[in-house]
Design a protein around this ligand. Structure first.
Ligand code: PGA
Length: 250
């Protein structure tokens, strides 16, 4: 792999109270003490502050799972980038397929969220991916291209390398069906080409795979040249399975 530090993130979705989140961090830290990889935890909003506090002095980074594009305003229930920065959050997941499918997230909003995160000093983890129908119809690349061009429209070429992209085929999320390493690598190489086409430093860009990553398939996926890390859902909820995935990254 070129000089790209492996990036392993656990997306907890709507799981874990503050107490459960803190217990996870305490159990995880000794298991990953020796790692040189970027290890990122994505707790729900309520547990962000506690996880940030607990990870001080360690290499663990913390990401929110969403944010609003405006800095403040009459947007009941929303959280802005400056609010995350104040908590010392490092990154933010944007455009997860659950938000796109179930919670009305649009490419139009993402086109504003990605630059807003960068401007605030948060690392965006932008998720893209095709549905099963789109893959079966041979539209995978067209879908990825459309999402990337729309969501990155407001990001200048010099800022592109600061975005982490997660390739998450919707049919592989929470289903137990994993993309084959070939499928994942092919899609990720295509994503890198799209970023290169936008003038970005594509070789520096970290592009993750997400979708039913588990300890028993992680080494095969993460061993691939193009796959720079993983966005882990279910297997990221337990310190044992998550630390095994961190180790599998080499
Ligand atoms: P999963 O979720 O690992 O449970 O499939 C991945 C994700 O949603 O990021």
């Amino acid at each position: 792999m070129p000089d790209r530090t492996p990036y392993i993130a656990a997306n907890w979705k709507m799981h874990k109270t503050v107490a459960e989140a803190v217990a996870f961090v305490d159990a995880l830290l000794p298991r990953i003490a020796a790692t040189q990889h970027d290890v990122v935890l994505c707790p729900p909003f309520t547990a962000l502050g506690a996880v940030v506090e607990r990870r001080y002095g360690t290499a663990v980074r913390v990401a929110a799972q969403n944010m609003h594009e405006e800095e403040q305003g009459a947007f009941t229930g929303e959280i802005s980038a400056p609010m995350l920065v104040e908590l010392d959050v490092d990154a933010v997941v944007l455009g997860h397929s659950e938000r796109r499918r179930l919670l009305g997230e649009t490419d139009e909003a993402l086109a504003r969220k990605v630059p807003a995160a960068l401007a605030a000093g948060l690392e965006p983890i932008l998720c893209v991916g095709e549905s099963e129908e789109e893959r079966d119809a041979g539209q995978t690349e067209a879908v990825l291209e459309r999402q990337l061009q729309a969501d990155l429209a407001g990001v200048g070429s010099t800022d592109l390398a600061g975005v982490v992209i997660a390739y998450e085929p919707v049919w592989a999320i929470g289903t137990g069906r994993t993309a084959t390493p070939e499928q994942a690598e092919e899609a990720i190489a295509f994503i890198r080409d799209v970023v290169r086409g936008r003038g970005g430093a594509a070789e520096e860009l970290r592009i993750l795979y997400g979708g039913s990553v588990k300890p028993d398939n992680a080494a095969e996926l993460l061993g691939r040249e193009e796959i720079d890390g993983a966005l882990v859902g279910g297997a990221g909820l337990e310190p044992d399975s998550f630390s095994e995935i961190v180790e599998a990254a080499g």
